[in-house]
Design a binder for this molecule. Structure first.
Ligand code: NAD
Ligand code: MG
Length: 300
């Protein structure tokens, strides 16, 4: 059985050892400044109507994994609202173009989710402009892995940013979304392989991702009786702006080389997991679980 075209493309984007060129940006990072520009499925994702007529909100939908999910959701028939930071307007507009090319409605909702009220406003604006809400993807995330590593290098400012972005925002966005979600709808949380194999350089980040797995299991219990499913996706090393924006250039370059598949993954390779979990037909009995897309790093 030959390797799938997306995997061939992903491999062709890396050097012989599965890595990427050294590079650095400042947070939150922009897609156009990456070398090579990641693959979000622009030329590969083929929709099969699996999310026809559904309305979705994807936080951090401007770039990386969120962008790949936005493109796939739109091609599967969903209208898509994306949330992003003000510095990412350029990326957000490009995603809107892809959503509209798929014939769906794109809604851009800028806002910094570290603030509780902003989380509520973002959900309300998305639901109002879309005319409802069926799928919420809590995907915005942040880490910092430069300078002194581990507990010794941790600052209050960094901890606050990481925990607010990853954990608080997921809780506040999900809570606000409950006003709109109903039977058959779902919440998806972007976790990480870091929840299972924490890196010393990301002690705070890894802890939030472990907490998010726990939140997915907990919310699945709470919302199951209402017919709302809650799941998580745990990506491994993926080529997105977050990496050059927050890691040392050498660490960026070697990401993914040590996975069983021997290379970093592309955002496009994540979209299938999100489409599956969001699909009311295909994932009707799937809730409270974590789907790993890690190139082989264990998530159990
Ligand atoms: P990315 O930089 O493309 O996306 C992260 C997004 O988070 C940004 O685009 C930004 O819009 C958003 N964000 C950050 N801080 C925010 C804030 N305060 N308010 C609102 N939005 C904010 O990178 P990505 O790798 O696609 O990240 C998406 C998710 O995937 C994150 O949760 C990340 O932790 C997770 N993840 C990534 C990897 C990887 O290797 N890239 C691995 C495991 C998990
Ligand atoms: Mg971005």
């Amino acid at each position: 059985m030959p390797e799938a075209p997306i995997a061939q493309h992903a491999r062709s984007m890396t050097d012989d050892e599965g890595g990427m060129p050294e590079q650095q940006q400042t947070p939150p990072g922009l897609t156009s400044k990456m070398h090579p520009v990641p693959d979000h499925g622009e030329s590969s994702w083929v929709g099969r109507g699996r999310l026809e007529g559904l309305k979705s909100l994807i936080t951090g939908g401007d770039s990386g994994i969120g962008r790949a999910v936005a493109i796939a959701f739109a091609r599967e028939g969903a209208d898509v609202a994306i949330n992003y930071l003000a510095d990412e307007e350029e990326d957000a507009r490009e995603v809107a173009t892809w959503i509209e090319k798929a014939g769906r409605t794109a809604v851009l909702v800028e806002g910094d989710l570290r603030d509780e009220q902003t989380c509520r406003d973002v959900v309300a604006r998305a639901a109002t402009q879309l005319g409802g809400l069926n799928i919420v993807v809590n995907n915005a995330g942040y880490h910092w892995a430069r300078g002194e590593k581990g507990l010794k290098g941790l600052t209050a400012e960094q901890l606050d940013r990481v925990v607010r972005t990853n954990l608080y925002a997921t809780l506040w966005v999900s809570q606000a979304a409950l006003e709109y979600l109903g039977r058959g709808d779902s919440i998806i949380i972007t976790s990480s392989v870091q929840a299972y194999e924490p890196s010393v350089s990301m002690i705070d980040y890894a802890a939030t991702k472990a907490a998010l797995n726990n939140v997915a299991a907990n919310l699945a219990q709470e919302l199951g009786p209402e017919g709302i499913r809650v799941n998580a996706v745990a990506p491994g090393p993926i080529w997105t702006p977050l990496q050059p924006a927050t890691k040392e250039p050498e660490a960026v370059a070697s990401m993914g080389k040590d996975t069983p598949l021997g290379r970093i993954g592309q955002p496009a390779e994540l979209a299938g997991a999100y489409v599956f979990l969001a699909s009311p037909a295909e994932a009707s009995y799937v809730t409270g679980t974590v789907v790993g897309v890690t190139g082989g790093q264990p998530v159990f």
